[in-house]
Write a protein that binds this ligand. Structure first.
Ligand code: FAD
Length: 317
């Protein structure tokens, strides 16, 4: 079932999670361990992130350096299929402009279609670790608007090869990302929202937000989007703090702010167990307030969240 239909048919706020594939060389069981305890809360869908290949430099014993191109977290397509079959749950693979030419994107969409996947989260993709800003692939897309257009076209039977007539259309529900505190590369929140609107006009059915810790930022963002005529559901993304160092790492990594109260409380913690407790309680309060204010879904980022999501879900769902 499509995410957008699940949202339309919901009678209450839904629960969903994002899973990050294991680091290269790690077991798939690490993912099952993360998902198993959350299944009792009946996730409406599970997102699986995508990580493009990166250049890594390895020093050899003779002192020379070799460059290798590897993905640190491969396995998105296989995980999508495995999780869907193992848990009988809707799965939303992420698809990025980074790492794919347009033709490779079409191939990936055909794979997802054949696997019975009905949902895609369309993204520009992270900049490489040695890049400040995103650099498009040769023959690839520069931004998520173009990627949404390609998926929308395929949904209408329009493949890249103009000579293909009466080709089978796909039928994907398309999600895109939104940033309550603005995307780091955007000139302003206003311009960022205009590009977000362009993604919706290109065919996106719903928006999932970057994590935030102050609900007011989400409410203000939703208000601004609505004022600009964006009417699709806006799903809040939540990541409970579980480690003391996340109070410094998350703002740097994701270009977001931490409310003073939370910042003080985490910095006063003497152990990560204490920080997990603070983060869990904050997450419970954030969730209760979002539900009270009619959020369609609460979407939890599971990476580095310890067992806090299970505890929050127990209180909420
Ligand atoms: C929910 C969520 C899930 C994510 N999952 C992944 C993942 O699995 N893998 C991964 O690599 N990354 C992931 N990311 C990170 C994401 O790829 C980065 O934040 C990326 O920098 C932006 O992606 P986007 O799709 O929002 O980009 P876009 O919507 O393309 O926007 C990127 C920037 O370009 C600007 N822009 C957009 N269109 C135009 C235009 N036409 N002209 C000029 N400027 C424009 C925007 O204002 C913004 O500043 C995720 C982010 C979120 C919020």
């Amino acid at each position: 079932m499509k995410v957008i239909d699940k949202i339309k048919q919901r009678t209450k706020t839904l629960f969903s999670i994002e899973i990050v594939p294991p680091l290269r060389g790690n077991k798939i069981e690490t993912i099952y361990k993360r998902i198993d305890p959350l299944m009792e809360f009946d996730p409406a869908f599970i997102n699986i992130t995508y990580h493009k290949d990166e250049a890594v430099y390895r020093k050899k014993v003779d002192g020379t350096t070799v460059k290798r191109i590897i993905s640190k977290r491969p396995g998105t397509v296989a995980l999508t299929s495995t999780i869907m079959n193992r848990y009988k749950v809707e799965v939303v693979p992420h698809l990025t402009c980074g790492g794919f030419t347009r033709d490779q994107i079409e191939n990936a969409l055909i794979d997802f279609n054949f696997l019975g996947i009905q949902n895609i989260l369309a993204l520009q993709g992270d900049a490489g670790h040695d890049q400040t800003n995103f650099i498009a692939e040769e023959n690839g897309h520069t931004n998520a608007i173009e990627l949404v257009e390609q998926i929308f076209n395929l949904n209408n039977g329009k493949y890249l090869d103009d000579d293909m007539k009466q080709a089978t259309p796909s039928d994907f529900s398309i999600g895109v990302a939104g940033y309550p505190e603005k995307h780091y590369a955007a000139a302003s929140l206003e311009s960022d929202i205009q590009y977000l609107k362009a993604k919706v006009l290109a065919g996106a059915d719903y928006i999932v937000t970057q994590m935030f810790f102050d609900n007011q930022k989400y409410y203000d963002f939703v208000d601004k989007c609505r004022a600009e005529g964006i009417t699709v559901p806006i799903i809040p993304g939540l990541k409970p703090i579980a480690l003391i160092n996340q109070i410094d790492v998350l703002p740097k990594l994701f270009h977001l702010s931490i409310p003073e109260d939370l910042d003080k409380a985490v910095r006063a913690c003497k152990s990560n167990d204490e920080a997990l407790e603070v983060g869990t309680q904050w997450g419970i309060q954030q969730s209760l307030d979002l539900i009270k204010n009619g959020a369609p879904v609460l979407h939890f980022y599971t990476l580095g969240a310890g067992n806090s999501i299970q505890r929050i879900a127990k209180e909420i769902f």
